[in-house]
Design a binder for this molecule. Sequence first.
Ligand code: CAA
Length: 379
Amino acid sequence: MDFKLTEEQIQIRDEIRRFAETEIAPDAAGRDEQEKFAEKQIKKLGELGYMGMTVSSQYGGQSADTVAYTLVVEELSKVDASVGVALSVNNSLVCYGLEKFGTETQKQKYLVPLATGKALGAYCLSEPGTGSDAGNMMTVAEKRGDHYIISGAKNFITNGIHADYLIVFVTLDKKAGTKGVCAFIVERNFPGVSVGKKEKKLGIRSSDTAMLNFDGVKVPAANLLGQEGKGFSIAMAILDVGRIGIAAQALGIAGGALAAAVKYAKERRQFGQSIIDFQAINFMLADMAMEIDAARLLIYQAAVAKDSGEKFSVQSAKAKLYASRVAVDCAVKAVQIFGGAGYLKDYPVERYMRDAKITEIYEGTSEIQKLVIARGLMT
Ligand code: CAA
């Protein structure tokens, strides 16, 4: 078993690390404070090919493997988890879904601009009344000749304000449960699509999270993604990939928290010595370092299983469950190591602590990940 990254993966990691440090880090705190989407930086990431890096080159992507992709999400999230999730959603919840389930025409029309950074995507599953119970949705589609009419509302949509193309899950037949669900590609500019409330959040404050309303939106039948009634399986298969991205985001937050804590603990002196020389502090750092390595291994296990064509739902759920727990634990420990200073906005660790929590909630709560893992044990 080889635990080494390939030369290409190292090159990608180093390039994105430089980009993150020079282009993303300097104003991460300011964007968080002002709840300002990193529009300029996301555009640049698109131009550099990262927004659709996992898409095949024939559709404008980089054909990067999933480990390389997790390295990119991790490095971005080390300095700004809001940028990390914007890239993760575009790559895995949108581009992956289009490449895996789309027709050739859909790929040419929507995937190519999304993969080349000319457009941004969002994934619309959750609704005010349906979060974990995603199959029980209220947004409906009605077939009329060569198009469908979609009505309803989706909430907690990452990239919701800036997205050009949306993958929207709706029901054609509420009584059919998950078997009535269909997926559609909806253009943000289709008449009847509007952005509702922009959410004010505890963390990832510069990620735009919004409600989207669909008021009798006329969608061509050609925009059906996959087949009628197969939308729920498509939603779940896409989330299996998305969860690897969120696990990588969590890993980045944990790594950022550890690096900040080590630096501060070396500099901060109390009782005549650096606080890193106290066991109370260095034992916390040791735990953080170990947890980060363990999370990384679970993430790479899921990424390699996906790229090898094996089943990876359970691996992806384990990676997200564990990495998000590690992110919260490391961020809380980092604040503790900083002491009073950690509670101030002068240092990034309070932001890491606020950002970490969402990784235990979105793209499936920790409880949903446990359910997926437990169901895997039963089959
Ligand atoms: N891949 C493919 N198909 C799958 C699948 C997978 N991983 N998991 C389930 N399915 C299929 C099943 O095989 C089944 O198909 P058949 O009907 O043909 O047999 C169908 O989907 C229904 O499956 P279940 O009976 O397991 O469905 P369920 O209602 O019990 O739900 C669940 C399962 C795991 C709880 C699911 O509802 C779930 O994951 N909930 C959480 C939703 C979630 O993560 N939401 C986050 C939204 S995205 C977000 O956070 C916002 C953002 O912008 C980042």
